[in-house]
Design a protein around this ligand. Structure first.
Ligand code: MEV
Length: 448
């Protein structure tokens, strides 16, 4: 069967589904019903989802959970998390509670600037370009005033324009690196609109300016786009307490031993990139879940975080730990460009509810909440790793998934949960126990 199609995007939704199910599935009618079963029951609401992306045929569900008891800067939050991985929400909740009993998380905003870039080639004299930079800047700023005026009213706008000479690395390549303040919005559309206008206006400046007569063909704008690396849009989050207040840990591990083993685990993630990747993945388990729940761009946040983790030339842990004078301190500096107004944050009904649950925070407050969730997640993961190992808690949470996949009855489910209260969980162990339960049941039924 021909699996290629032209004009797919022009078909209506029903037409798209029909073509998909007939072409790719063995049981088209059932698949069609299933796809339609995930449509929103309210047609108007579904239209909102259809509008987010092209060629939408259904919705893809993920669990929406809440981690309560997050104390950040003395304020308590119930943090919304969208994530499919068992045990992430449980781990965040447990770490949140642990730290709430020890003063909570402290968060500090280290900066809120974002960066955009105009990339261009300039065959002319670089000194001449540099000598006209003040006039260029003034001209560009006037040219974008229509785009920037609303943002300026809110306290934001373009903050700085820098000319960077990259011609030693790539022939004739220069860049305008522009820094922005976008207040409570993530600001991607604003930044990109300004930059694209900058590109056109720079071309115009070279055409009009008496110093560049006949040199307009020396300028070629290559592209204009924001940078998702935002090291000046940064939050620091810290959890700290005296070692003697850490308490005791599974296997009767005392506070001193725990603190030392935890410290070693963080150091390992600073020297070995294989470990650092998994370590930071645990941090992003928390971060991505809140970023998604609040309608922010998790790809941007991930890309930025990983670049920052590699800022010294090798990939390292994002979190840090120190032990000074009997005080255990665990912290992380994280670049995080998020918004609480505009974009998906104000379109997605559940993103709006998430922000409401958080008390409609400013972008700075949301940065603090997201970073604290990432740090909490990291604390919970490393705490498990240096005490019981990760599988005990992880597989307990995974038990329900295994039970569901084995189609156990509610009665069998109860017995399985009771059985695995003190037993190690694995897929085969659950399947074998279920078989035993069923055999026992059959024999009882026969005996009756
Ligand atoms: C699993 O999703 C995340 C962990 O692997 C993180 C870590 O190893 O630190 C548990």
């Amino acid at each position: 069967m021909n699996k290629r199609i032209s004009g797919f995007s022009k078909l209506n939704k029903a037409g798209k589904i029909k073509w998909i199910v007939k072409t790719f599935y063995k049981d088209p009618e059932n698949v069609m019903k299933e796809l339609m079963s995930y449509w929103h029951s309210n047609e108007e609401e579904q239209k909102i989802f259809d509008g987010f992306s092209e060629n939408t045929i259904s919705n893809f569900m993920l669990p929406y959970g809440v981690a309560p008891n997050f104390m950040i800067n003395n304020k308590v939050y119930a943090v919304p998390m969208v994530i499919e991985e068992s045990s992430v929400v449980a781990a965040a909740s447990s770490a949140a509670k642990f730290w709430a009993d020890r003063g909570g998380f402290k968060a500090e905003i280290l900066g809120t600037r974002k960066i955009g870039q105009l990339h261009f080639k300039w065959q002319g004299n670089p000194l001449k370009l540099r000598s006209r930079l003040d006039e260029i800047t003034e001209f560009l700023m006037t040219e974008v005033s229509d785009i920037t005026k609303n943002m300026e009213k809110r306290g934001g706008g373009v903050r700085d324009i820098e000319l960077i000479d990259f011609s030693a690395k790539l022939d004739n390549y220069y860049q305008l690196r522009v820094s922005f303040e976008t207040c409570d919005s993530m600001g991607a559309n604003f930044i990109n609109s300004v930059l694209e206008q900058f590109g056109q206006s720079l071309q115009q400046f070279v055409i009009d300016d008496a110093n560049f007569v006949g040199e307009e063909k020396d300028l070629e704008i290559i592209m204009a786009i924001l940078s998702n690396f935002t090291p000046q849009c940064m939050v620091r989050v810290t959890a700290s307490c005296p070692i003697k207040e850490l308490g005791s840990f599974p296997g009767n591990m005392d506070d001193e031993t725990f603190a030392r083993r935890f410290y070693e685990a963080i150091k390992i993630a600073h020297i070995d990139s294989y470990r650092a990747t998994t370590h930071n993945k645990g941090i992003f388990n928390g971060i991505d879940a809140v970023v998604l729940a609040t309608g922010n761009d998790f790809r941007a946040i991930e890309a930025c975080g990983h670049t920052y983790a590699a800022k010294v030339g090798s990939y390292k842990s994002l979190s840090n730990c120190k032990i000074d004078d009997g005080i255990f301190t665990f912290w992380m500096d994280l670049p995080l460009a998020v918004g609480t107004v505009g974009g998906l944050t104000s379109l997605h009904p559940m993103a709006k509810r998430s922000l409401e649950l958080l008390g409609n925070p400013s972008a700075e407050e949301l940065m603090s909440i997201i970073a604290a969730t990432g740090l909490a997640q990291n604390f919970a993961a490393v705490r498990s790793l240096v005490t019981t190992g990760i599988q005990q808690g992880h597989m307990k949470m995974h038990l329900q998934n295994i039970i569901n996949s084995l189609n156990a009855t509610p009665e069998e489910e109860k017995k399985l949960i009771a059985h695995f209260e003190d037993e190690a969980v694995s897929f085969s162990a659950v399947r074998n126990t279920l078989e035993l339960i069923r055999t026992e049941n059959n024999s009882k039924n026969k005996a009756n």
